[in-house]
Each structure stands twice: as C-alpha cells, then as structure tokens.
Design a protein around this ligand. Structure first.
Ligand code: NDP
Length: 276
C-alpha cells in the first residue's frame, strides 16, 4: 500500500517520518513517500493516481486549494477551509477531498493546553490558508467569537464576510484591544519561522487563564510560546497539530488508527534538532 505527501518544497516535510513509523509499528506492508510535482504538475499527479493504486495523498503548500478544486467530492471541513490537506483515491476513480488540519488543531489545544474552543473569544493572527482552516475548525467546535488580526486587512475582511458575524477584524495596531478578555490566541501566520521575519506580539493584555498556540513548529518553542510560558499561560505547539492532522489521514489511507505505542513526537523532535 502506498500513500504520500505532495508539496513544493516537500523535502523537509515530517509526514514521511511520521507515517512510516506508524506503518512499521502497525506491521502494515506499506510505504509513505514525498512527491514534489512542478508548480503546474499537481493536476497530472492527481489524475495519474486515480483508481486507488496509490491510496491517498496529504497535500501541503502550494497545492491545498487546487487539491480541493480537483476533487470529485469534498467534506464540509475541506469546503469550509477552502482547502484540502487530504485526498483519497477510490477504486471507482473518484477523488475525495478532506481537511484534517482542524482535527489536528483541536487535538493540540485539547491535549497540550486542556482547551475547548467554546471557552470564549479567540484571537487568530493571520488570514491565509492556515487561518481559514483554523477559523472553520474553531467555529465548528463552538467558538463564540473569532477576532482576526492580519497585516492585510482586506484578506481578513474577506474571511469575516465568508464566515459571518461571529468573526470580527482588528488591525495589528489594535492587537492589545483584541486580546482583552480573550480565551486564546493562535498564531496562524508564517511569522516566527526559523530564518524568517519575527512575530512581534506583546501578550501582556491576555487574561491569565488564556491559552496560546503557535502553528509554526520550526523552532518548536517559538518566541511566542516562550513568552506565553514565561507569563504562566498554557501553550500548545505546531508539532502537536501536525501529528494531530496526520492521525486521521493515516486511518483514511490504511483503514486503521495509528498504533498508540509509537512515539512519533519523539522521532519528530529528533528530526527537528538543528544538526539532524
Ligand atoms: P499563507 O502564505 O497562506 O499565509 C501567510 C500568513 O502570514 C498571512 O496571514 C500573511 O499576511 C502573514 N504574513 C506573512 N509574512 C508576514 C509579514 N512579514 N508580516 C506580517 N504578516 C505576514 O500561509 P499558510 O496560511 O498556509 O501558513 C501559515 C503558517 O502556518 C505557516 O508557517 C505554516 O507552516 C503553518 N502551518 C502549520 C500547520 C501545522 O500542522 N502545524 C498546518 C498548516 C500550516 P498577509 O495576508 O498580510 O500576507
């Protein structure tokens, strides 16, 4: 059985490590490989996999929206996120799209920070693909209000228009006000990624009961998470989300949940070490 991940670049994806460790642990005769089609080559890749010889694909940047568009059927989660991170190739040639990033996000918040989205207003930084999926998952899980803050206001406004009155938009200069009374703050921008532009946020206005999550996981302990822990706030990291989205993908590919005894977080942490 073959499954994989498609992205560009895909070389540093941790998904092959995670899925192959689970396959070995479960004793399944299968393999999970990385594909990096040309910018214009994703549709041909998907067409070539129709029929189910390859069980399915996880999809990452920049193909997530195209994956949804190419599929014959899509889950509510994929439609609300406007993107698919999972394609399943059925034997009848149909391609099914799903989005398990939301499952991963909620698992990370629950398992690492004991947080449920109905706890109160949630500040989401960003308005790109990850932010759309995040807002969709939070609202579906009962978040009473989402406060979007993004560099490009128009992009945040477009998401607010898409999701309706539970989503409001604030400018970056008003971030302190947006944090007031919030139950959580989630970074869904690419800021804070190792080697990239830093995320400059002062968490002082957040209530002491709030939870902070960073979807960036390189480095794992981002300055945002370090600041949150320094304030005594509960925190959840992007690696927990990555593993959380991989679990339902594995089940969709191979027909059984991943083996609980395989510590894929420890393996991923080792792979994330600077010199590995
Ligand atoms: P997009 O490119 O779609 O969006 C990027 C977002 O970051 C936009 O909101 C953009 O703002 C903002 N941004 C980028 N650069 C700057 C800057 N210099 N100053 C201010 N804002 C900036 O990316 P995605 O939404 O797909 O991904 C976002 C992050 O989430 C990535 O780091 C990705 O790796 C991570 N991610 C993690 C997952 C996990 O499992 N842990 C799953 C999915 C994503 P603007 O609109 O103004 O350009």
């Amino acid at each position: 059985m073959v499954a994989g991940v498609a992205g560009r670049p895909v070389r540093h994806s941790l998904s092959p490590l995670i899925h192959n460790a689970w396959l070995a642990g479960a004793g399944i005769d299968g393999v999970y490989v990385a594909f990096s089609p040309a910018e214009t080559g994703f549709a041909a890749l998907v067409d070539g996999f129709r029929g189910g010889v390859v069980r399915g694909l996880n999809v990452t940047l920049p193909f997530k929206a195209e994956a949804l568009a190419l599929a014959d059927q899509a889950s509510d989660a994929a439609r609300a996120a406007g993107a698919a991170n999972l394609l399943v190739f059925r034997e009848d040639d149909e391609v099914m799209a799903d989005n398990t990033d939301g499952v991963g996000l909620l698992a990370a918040l629950r398992d690492q920070a004991d947080f449920q989205p109905n706890a109160g207003p949630i500040v989401v930084l960003g308005a790109g693909g990850a932010a759309q999926g995040t807002v969709a998952a939070l609202l579906a899980a009962g978040a009473p209000q989402v406060r979007l803050v993004n560099r490009t206001r128009a992009r945040a406004q477009a998401l607010a228009d898409f999701f309706g009155p539970k989503v409001s938009v604030s400018d970056w200069v008003d971030l302190a006000d947006a944090q007031s009374g919030a139950a959580a703050l989630i970074n869904a921008t690419s800021l804070g990624l190792a080697g990239g532009a830093p995320l400059d946020v002062d968490l002082t206005p957040l209530p002491a009961t709030a939870v902070v999550m960073d979807m960036v996981y390189k480095p794992l302990e981002t300055p945002l998470l370090a600041q949150a822990r320094g304030r005594g706030l509960r925190a959840a990291d992007g690696l927990a989300m990555l593993i959380g989205q991989a679990a339902p993908s594995f089940e969709a590919f191979f027909g059984q949940p991943p083996p609980a005894e395989v510590d894929v977080r420890a393996l991923a942490l080792k792979a994330l070490e600077p010199n590995s």
